[in-house]
Design a protein around this ligand. Structure first.
Ligand code: GAR
Length: 291
């Protein structure tokens, strides 16, 4: 259970302990305060007592855990926990979601997008607010639909020769963009508007095997044709040139003698899934957000 909570809340073991203490003490305090108030009200009818008690406890509990969370150093966790509860109870309109809104751009199957969605599902500070895709019918659209995340299908003309949908992203409050298998070049209208706030993953060790036409299996085929002993992944900032911005992170894997483009792609995908969400989280939290 402990490990499960650690994964669900994305916190350390120590923090799970502090959070559970806050829940326990906040709950006890709520019970004591509730009974004290009920005593002061002096209600006799049992049914009325129960109703009033439930109302009082519901109102006191959030306050109690918030107060107790301060000495335990968990105030931020409980603020976002209570906001999430509020949203689930349909109070979304009344509660402003001030987490950093991120758009994930993808063109294909979307396995990396799926990992991002999973990683940030319960995140206290970051949410995947939009999935952007240039291909109707792409697998990533089903993934988004299942996760209940809005999607935007973009068209070439507006993306490359129009406003690149910048007003749409602004309107949706997007302040960071993750490219996850997005195969169109990002136009300057977008890199300019989101300067330092767009990252990409490339399935090779840049600067090798990057540039126009170098995507997916073409990259792995080129690596195999060159007989390289290793390949890997590169996570990098995006500028207006293909696969060019500053490198954030690289991880390597061996290329086996009997590898095919498919078997190499599988190993590369594993590396991507292992590292991309965590690296994206670090960059997003270290970026100043304007929206
Ligand atoms: C990933 O391997 C990603 O690195 C690559 O496309 C794949 C998408 O897979 N991106 C590029 O080649 C960009 N130049 P996914 O749809 O399963 O995430």
């Amino acid at each position: 259970m402990f490990k499960g909570l650690q994964q669900k809340w994305k916190v350390s073991g120590l923090r799970v302990l502090l959070i559970l203490c806050t829940f326990a003490i906040g709950g006890s305090l709520t019970g004591i305060a509730g009974r004290y108030i009920m005593g002061a009200l002096g209600i006799n009818a049992t049914w009325l007592w129960v109703i009033v008690y439930i109302i009082i406890v519901t109102l006191i509990w959030p306050l109690a855990v918030l107060v107790i969370s301060i000495p335990f150093g968990q105030f931020r966790f409980f603020i976002s926990y209570l906001k999430k509860m509020g949203r689930r109870m349909g109070l979304g309109g009344a509660i402003v979601d001030n987490r950093i809104a991120v758009a994930v751009f993808a063109s294909g199957a979307g396995s990396n997008a799926a990992r991002m969605i999973e990683h940030f599902r319960q995140h206290p500070n970051i949410r995947i607010a939009l999935i952007v895709c240039n291909k109707p019918g792409a697998g990533v659209l089903d993934i988004a639909a299942k996760a209940g995340i809005p999607t935007l299908i973009i068209e070439k003309e507006r993306f490359f020769r129009g406003d690149a949908y910048v007003p749409v992203f602004r309107e949706a409050g997007i302040s960071f963009i993750i490219l996850a298998g997005f195969l169109w070049k990002v136009p300057q209208a977008l890199t300019g508007a989101f300067s330092g706030a767009i990252i990409n993953i490339h399935p090779a060790l840049l600067p090798n095997y990057g540039g126009k036409g170098m995507y997916g299996r073409f990259v792995h085929e080129a690596v195999l044709a060159a007989g390289d002993p290793e390949s890997g992944i590169t996570i990098h900032f995006v500028d207006e040139h293909y696969d060019h911005g500053a490198v954030i992170f690289q991880a390597r894997c061996a290329v086996m003698q009997n590898d095919t483009a498919d078997s190499l792609a599988m190993r590369i995908h594993q590396l991507e899934h292992q590292h991309y969400p965590e690296q994206a989280e670090k960059v997003i939290l270290n970026t100043r957000h304007h929206s």
